[in-house]
Design a protein around this ligand. Structure first.
Ligand code: ZN
Length: 164
């Protein structure tokens, strides 16, 4: 087994991207929770973005591919469901990359809940021209975790990573 520390493995696992948003790695996304050794076995803990997320299967096999490629034969990918993943776990870097990729980044959960309570609406900012003159086209985009919007200024449809 290669002698690598837990932080080396975390760096290694930055090669594992979200299959739906290939500019984001699983650490930036907040899906990668922890890496540790149990005797000689590498244990990788991940938390799905939502239960039944189809991307998790691809992420799990990609983790296996990267670890095997680095010489780790014994590893285990553990799914941890609690505490549940929230969009707040995406770091600032991830949010910036998301917008550069053309997807509106989610707001903070706290503000989202506040708006749900008060019925207050906040327009989603267009990732292309930063206009707030946008309208919701569909609550579900290409995947369940995204909504579809339309920008009235640059006339482009765009997706928003929904807050949850
Ligand atoms: Zn726009």
């Amino acid at each position: 087994m290669p002698t690598k520390s837990e932080s080396d493995i975390l760096t290694l696992l930055k090669q594992v991207k979200d299959p739906e948003i290939p500019v984001l790695d699983i650490a930036e996304l907040g899906v990668l929770r922890k890496v540790y050794f149990e005797e000689d076995e590498v244990v990788v803990e991940i938390t799905p973005t939502y239960s039944g997320c189809p991307a998790m299967q691809a992420i799990t096999s990609e983790i296996g591919r990267v670890l095997t490629g680095a010489g780790f034969r014994a590893y285990k990918v553990k799914t941890v469901l609690s505490p549940a993943w929230t969009t707040d776990w995406m770091n600032e870097n991830a949010r910036r990359k998301l917008v550069e990729y053309g997807i509106a980044a989610p707001g903070k959960v706290k503000d989202h809940l506040h708006r749900l309570r008060t019925g207050e609406k906040k327009p989603v900012k267009c990732p292309f021209c930063e206009s707030v003159h946008t309208s919701l086209t569909s609550a579900f985009g290409s995947t369940a975790c995204k909504a579809l919007h339309y920008c009235n200024d640059c006339s482009q449809p765009f997706e928003e990573f929904k807050c949850h």
